[in-house]
Design a protein around this ligand. Structure first.
Ligand SMILES: NC(=O)c1ccc[n+]([C@@H]2O[C@H](COP(=O)([O-])OP(=O)(O)OC[C@H]3O[C@@H](n4cnc5c(N)ncnc54)[C@H](OP(=O)(O)O)[C@@H]3O)[C@@H](O)[C@H]2O)c1
Length: 297
């Protein structure tokens, strides 16, 4: 397919472009040319700013994958300008859209966060991350009907993505695995490469969303053991490290966020590689001289 990727050169987006090229799709990138401009020299580029997507006024694509949609204003502008020239609009959303953070087993139909009255559509703050994603999903549905999908993910792991705590680094170079969480804390995650494949699948098949694209629920203890198993010896684990790299609430008030139902995404074709495969690939990638980027927020 002819595929337009908004973004496509950072942590997740680069995997989308790699997978698209692997599968023989014809890719166009739209970004400012600031982030990793050396990537994908063979790919057509449209240089532009999301706030003013006039550069997107020409061209036709079978699908667009929007990896860089944070501001409601910007997503509205690109969605409007592209509406009659793209087949399907797939939006990278987040599990931060869900209003209830306690209840396990919520599906895509669960209540979503409201838009705070008088909130700005053109300024990004962390408080507005979830509500903005909800509003973007809704405006896309209004404009595209069944021709849009929202993919909601949370912790994303794998090469070129932030370390899972310090686990990849510790396993690659030795040290203590830090885990600022209860051992029984529920957790869901996804490998960036599985996420990329799913974004492409949904776009190519023009599936209507939304989809919660996450792994099954693990406990932190079991996930940590899966990661720890990929190198010989038993690295020490610190359950109360000085630095909290996970920022998970310790009182269980956020447990529902990592016990979401993923059945709709699995039925549509989401593949989830084994945790140990992601872990080993992270270790190899770090040992090859790479440094994981800082966590997104
Ligand atoms: N764990 C996670 O990381 C996680 C979890 C859930 C959802 N998400 C979602 O995944 C997406 C982020 O993935 P990513 O960072 O890997 O995306 P990406 O598409 O790889 O990177 C961001 C891209 O957007 C471009 N960009 C940034 N600001 C721009 C602007 N003002 N105008 C035009 N282009 C712009 C950047 O290139 P230039 O700088 O060259 O413009 C870059 O190519 C977000 O939608 C986020 O909400 C992430």
């Amino acid at each position: 397919m002819k595929l337009l990727v908004l973004g496509g050169t950072k942590n997740l987006g680069r995997h989308v472009v790699e997978a698209a090229l692997r599968d023989g799709h014809q890719v166009t990138l739209f970004n400012r040319g600031l982030t990793a401009p050396e990537l994908f020299p063979e790919v057509e580029r449209i240089v532009g700013e999301r706030a003013d997507p006039a550069a997107l006024a020409r061209g036709e694509w079978d699908g667009v994958i929007d990896m860089s949609g944070f501001l409601v204003r910007d997503v509205r502008r690109s969605a409007e300008i592209l509406r009659d020239r793209v087949g399907h609009y797939t939006f990278m959303s987040s599990i931060a859209v869900y209003a209830d953070r306690r209840t396990p087993g919520q599906t895509e139909d669960a209540e979503l966060l409201p838009w705070p009255s008088n909130a700005p559509e053109d300024e990004f703050t962390m408080d507005l991350y979830g509500p903005s994603k909800v509003r973007c999903e809704q405006l896309l549905t209004d404009l595209y009907g069944e021709r849009t999908a929202a993919i909601r993910s949370g912790f994303v792991v794998g090469p070129y993505n932030p370390d899972f705590g310090n686990w990849g680094q510790a396993l690659a170079t030795g040290g203590t695995l830090e885990c600022a969480a209860r051992p029984g804390q529920p957790i869901q995650w996804l490998d960036a490469r599985d996420l990329a494949d799913f974004l492409l699948l949904v776009t190519a098949k023009r599936l209507a969303g939304p989809f919660t694209a996450v792994s099954e629920t693990w406990t932190m203890r079991d996930l940590l053991e899966a990661w720890r198993s990929v190198v010989p010896g038993e690295l020490a684990v610190d359950w109360e490290p000085e630095v909290d790299r996970f920022h998970l609430s310790h009182d269980g008030s956020n447990d529902g966020t990592f016990q979401l139902a993923n059945g709709r995404a699995l039925a549509a074709g989401l593949q989830v590689r084994p945790a140990a495969v992601s872990a080993l690939d992270c270790v190899r990638w770090i040992r090859a001289g790479h440094t994981p980027p800082p966590p997104p927020h």
